[in-house]
Design a protein around this ligand. Structure first.
Ligand SMILES: N[C@@H](CCC(=O)N[C@@H](CS)C(=O)NCC(=O)O)C(=O)O
Length: 214
């Protein structure tokens, strides 16, 4: 959503409520057969995979400068690799940490799924930390939507046992991302969604949520 805000796109959001099994409903599966969130629908075309959405936004809203494209074909390839890495590695690792019970139906194995995901994510975050030694943002001297995506991961891990202490540069980058007006607007909208979920008793309890019941 921060990418949409940053692009200045006009858009509407619809909540996909796990507790109601919305992401597995026939209507949602018709848009995203993976049953995952998010999904973006543009002019009747459904785009799945967060990386694809960000690459689409960067192309569709070039003035917003979401990604540093256009230096060379090889450089564009590297930028795409960095965006896709976020959704192919960081994002799934966060999900495994938050909801390990989705990946193991035996109680004894659930803690191990989380432990292994935390080890994998620690490798991802070490890469982020190393990149941030080279410049204030993941892609160097300019903010990009990769910083927003990585900050989403940092935000989503709050309240989990993941150890943030080895990543002071990432912690600092997260604080800077939070101050961007686009991110402030996004957080305010998300807060409203959380309140609605709480009021309607539809907030996921990450400790007890059982995917089979959804
Ligand atoms: N590679 C996907 C990952 C999306 C993803 O894992 N979404 C999670 C929530 S953070 C989900 O909806 N999982 C539901 C499920 O796996 O059943 C993307 O980039 O969009």
């Amino acid at each position: 959503m921060a990418g949409l805000e940053e692009a200045g796109a006009s858009y509407e959001t619809e909540l996909v409520v796990y507790m109601r099994g919305d992401n597995k409903s026939p209507e949602y599966l018709a848009l995203n057969p993976n049953g995952k969130v998010p999904t973006m629908v543009v002019d009747g075309v459904s785009i799945t995979e967060t990386s694809a959405m960000l690459l689409y936004l960067a192309r569709a809203f070039p003035d917003a400068d979401l990604l540093p494209f256009g230096r060379s074909d090889a450089s564009d390839g590297k930028v795409m690799a960095d965006v896709i890495w976020c959704s192919a590695s960081v994002h799934p690792n966060v999900f495994h940490i938050r909801l390990p019970q989705f990946f193991c139906d035996e109680e004894a194995g659930v803690a191990r799924v989380r432990e292994m995901a935390m080890a994998r994510l620690a490798r991802d975050f070490t890469q982020v930390e190393n990149r941030l030694a080279e410049g204030p943002w993941f892609l160097g001297d300019r903010w990009s939507v990769v910083d927003a995506y990585l900050s989403w991961a940092w935000f989503r891990l709050q309240g989990t046992p993941f150890d943030f202490s080895p990543y002071p540069r990432f912690a600092d980058m997260y604080e800077r991302v939070l101050k961007r007006p686009s991110v402030e607007r996004t957080m305010a909208k998300e807060q409203k969604a959380y309140e609605w979920l709480e009021e309607n008793d539809l907030m996921v309890n990450f400790k007890t949520f059982n995917p089979k019941s959804a």
